[in-house]
Design a protein around this ligand. Structure first.
Ligand code: UDP
Ligand code: MG
Length: 340
């Protein structure tokens, strides 16, 4: 892997009230990364901790120049903390992991091997879960199963943050809300090559988990949103339009039938077919509304993509005989060089 950046690996770790866990994690990380022998950086994000985490991180920063500390103004949550770390990272390969010692730095080299094999994203798979069956494992398994079905990506485990990415992939992904769980699905829209490796997931020894059962509902809402984003964000009318046409169509048929009964058979619609008439009206109105929602969606989607100059495709590589504009020194280089 050749590059302009001298840094090969960035390890991004978010911390929220993890003061006891920081020193052992840091020791282990440096031991493993020094063993690899490539230039690296550590990006530690303090997500507005209320304990001494920032102090501990600052002490480490003082005597290790490979350590960077990004401190958020308040607790923004894991996704935002990760995003801050990703934006700061300069390594060719970015690895993210939890700061609570549930992820073992010893496993990092195996992630890096997969990236070297040519994958863009390597995801950890907690093949033996240690956390509570009902509140954590069951919701997580259900969400993973749905996620795999919806996104068409064959991963066992979407939920863990222990992952490695090529930097351009992770920096392109818009992250907000609780979306860090959906990075593989979002990355797949850019055409990233994705794989997974089994990892261990240890019990948390110090501090406590920041999440409980309450997160499940939010994850499912996000799931719905991601599915919509993946399939219909560039063509919302296709989604709403279909519902709308269905509703309005069925409503019109029912309405037509009622009109026929009224004028040809002189039936008293209100008393004979009251509920049916209500249904026809409701279907028709909601159908029309769905169609207009789809049209509004189209307008919003256009504003979104155009205002941000957001490409609707992502390139992996370009081979061209055309010289890059203003780049006269390039002419001596063989065209189609895959490195740049
Ligand atoms: N974390 C964070 N901000 C938060 C919550 C969590 O930066 O608001 C960090 C936390 O310090 C840990 C990682 O995200 O390094 C995973 O959090 P946790 O262990 O609470 O989640 P779980 O392992 O239970 O899914
Ligand atoms: Mg944890």
């Amino acid at each position: 892997m050749r590059s302009d950046s001298p840094i090969q690996f960035s390890i991004v770790v978010p911390f929220y009230n993890e003061q006891e866990n920081i020193p052992p994690l840091y020791m282990k990380l440096t031991e493993v990364l020094d063993g690899i022998g490539e230039p690296y950086e550590l990006v530690f994000v303090d997500d507005g901790s209320k304990d001494n985490s920032f102090k501990v991180l600052s002490d480490i920063y003082e005597h290790d120049c490979r350590v960077n500390v990004v401190r958020l103004r308040r607790n923004f949550g894991q996704t935002a903390a990760l995003k801050a770390g990703f934006d700061f990272a300069r390594g060719e390969v970015v690895v993210s992991m939890d700061g609570d010692l549930q992820h073992d730095p010893e496993e990092i080299p195996r992630f890096l091997e997969k990236i070297a094999e040519g994958y863009d994203l390597v995801s950890g798979w907690r093949y033996q879960r240690t956390d509570h069956w009902l509140t954590r494992q069951l919701p997580s398994r259900t969400a993973n199963w749905m996620m795999a079905k919806l996104s068409g990506i064959e991963l066992h485990d979407f939920g863990t943050t222990f992952k490695a990415y090529r930097r351009e992939i992770i920096q392109e992904i818009p992250l907000y809300g609780e979306l860090h769980r959906f990075i593989p699905a979002l990355a797949s829209t850019t055409g990233a090559k994705i794989t997974e490796i089994p990892i261990e997931n240890r019990q948390r020894k110090n501090g406590q988990s920041n999440y409980g059962i309450g997160r499940t509902i939010r994850v499912f809402l996000d799931l719905l949103m991601v599915k919509f984003l993946l399939d219909y964000s560039t063509r919302p009318l296709q989604f709403f339009g279909l519902l709308g046409m269905g509703g309005a169509g069925l409503g019109s048929l029912l309405g037509g039938y009622l009109v026929y009964e009224k004028f040809y058979n002189h039936m008293a619609i209100m008393t004979e077919h009251g509920p049916l008439m209500l249904l026809a009206v409701a279907l028709f109105i909601s159908g029309v509304q769905f169609i207009s929602m789809g049209l509004l969606g189209e307008i919003i989607a256009r504003t979104y993509y155009e205002s941000q100059n957001k490409p609707i495709y992502a390139l992996r590589e370009v081979k061209s005989h055309r010289k890059e504009m203003g780049d006269s020194t390039e002419s001596t280089r063989p065209s189609g060089n895959p490195d740049r």
